[in-house]
Write a protein that binds this ligand. Structure first.
Ligand SMILES: [Zn+2]
Length: 387
């Protein structure tokens, strides 16, 4: 059975819905300023909450479950008074929900001190990838928190990489509650807007022989196979990018290219935290593989039954449970180590000679929708946001 999600991981952020917001970012910014200047004694009913990040990791906490299900992580929201010495301009507006305003801040530098996450207080800065694996994909609330963390991380990293104006090299300052930036040089004053980097990701299919092309990148953990992917270059369409990347990496010519769905991907390399994965099924016209060894470790045709086995044997739920327990231990201060490959290794299943990335990745859905031949369904589902 295919794992069907209501929306891809990191999509369907509940703070990004289309309904009008009752509080404008600028008035929220004024409120934040006065709260920082004159923190109230009682913050229990305060309708302003802050999510802090350290080195790209959001502050999280974790609650034990009473029903035997794994512990559930939550974002570590704290009041503005927890951020001594930070200016209001360091905060980035995330949105508003039920009259509560949410902000994010990067506390990696020495601009001030943050109260939580130093250890032993039930809070911990956790890699977003670890939280992603630890998220129960059937829990819409948990998926919503993951999406908020992904949005915040993308925005904060964008702030980090746009400290200087790309036109004249002068300093930039945040404006509009951190949702834009502007060059400080009088004669330039260029405005800079957050952007995403589109990445095409494609399952290349040999229709006649009922098999699909899976590949291994050098950084993959052992036995993991996935789709081809690559950045879109200036002057090409998405379909052209699919054909060019497939040709460059495997020597295979692609004909028809069919859109599947797309996924925000804030857990790419730290230099590229705002990727948008745009997923396709791509139908091969030629079948002889010539792997570009500079780009890929390997690429091979796999028949449908083998890929189905890889999906069936994979222990995605066990991986989710293991990661959720790990986050809980980290928040208790019991476990400190964070190892990416162990996060992913656990889902491989002991019997499977190969495995496919988990349901948090668009690659999983590109592959499983081909395996289970329900091409139309996931696209409809994944594009509808009803959270
Ligand atoms: Zn400038």
């Amino acid at each position: 059975m295919a794992i069907q999600l209501q929306a891809h991981a990191f999509a369907a952020n509940p703070m990004r819905s289309n309904r009008p917001q009752s509080i404008s970012p600028s008035s929220a910014h004024e409120t934040l300023k006065s709260l920082l200047a004159d923190p109230p004694d009682d913050v229990s009913n305060l309708k302003v909450k802050v999510l802090s990040f350290k080195n790209g990791k959001p502050l999280a906490t974790s609650l034990e479950s009473t029903s035997g299900s794994p512990p559930r992580w939550h974002l570590g929201w704290t009041p503005p008074s927890d951020f001594k010495g930070f200016s209001a301009d360091s905060f980035v507006f995330l949105g508003e929900e039920s009259e509560t305003v949410y902000w994010a801040i990067d506390v990696s530098g020495d601009a001030g001190t943050a109260a939580k996450g130093a250890g032993g207080d039930g809070f911990c800065f956790v890699e977003l990838r670890t939280l992603m694996v630890a998220t129960d994909w059937a829990d819409a609330g948990a998926m919503g928190e993951l999406a908020i963390a992904g949005h915040a991380r993308g925005l904060l990293e964008w702030h980090n990489t746009t400290r200087y104006c790309g036109y004249c090299g002068s300093n930039t300052i945040p404006i509009d509650a951190g949702r834009r930036k502007q060059c400080t040089k009088e004669t330039c004053k260029k405005r800079i807007y957050p952007r995403v980097d589109p990445v095409v990701i494609m399952l290349v299919i040999d229709k006649a022989n009922d098999r699909a092309l899976l590949s291994r990148q050098f950084r993959f953990v052992p036995r993991m196979w996935s789709c081809l992917a690559g950045f879109v270059e200036p002057g090409e369409s998405l379909e052209e990018a699919v054909r060019r990347e497939t040709w460059e990496e495997t020597g295979i010519e692609v004909g028809e290219v069919v859109y599947h769905s797309s996924q925000p991907w804030p857990v790419g390399p730290s230099s590229m935290p705002c990727q948008l994965m745009v997923g396709f099924h791509a139908y091969a016209k030629t079948f002889e593989i010539h792997v570009d060894k500079a780009e890929l470790e390997d690429a091979q045709w796999h028949n449908r039954e083998d890929v189905k086995k890889a999906l069936t044997f994979a222990e995605y739920e066990k991986a989710q449970r293991t990661s959720a327990i790990k986050v809980n231990q980290m928040c208790k201060g019991v476990e400190k180590g964070q190892n990416f490959s162990s996060d992913f290794n656990v889902e491989s299943g002991e019997l499977a000679p190969m495995f496919i990335p988990g349901p948090f990745a668009i690659a999983h859905h590109l592959i499983s929708s081909w395996v289970y031949q329900d091409d139309a369904e996931p696209m409809k589902q994944l594009n509808s946001s009803n959270l």
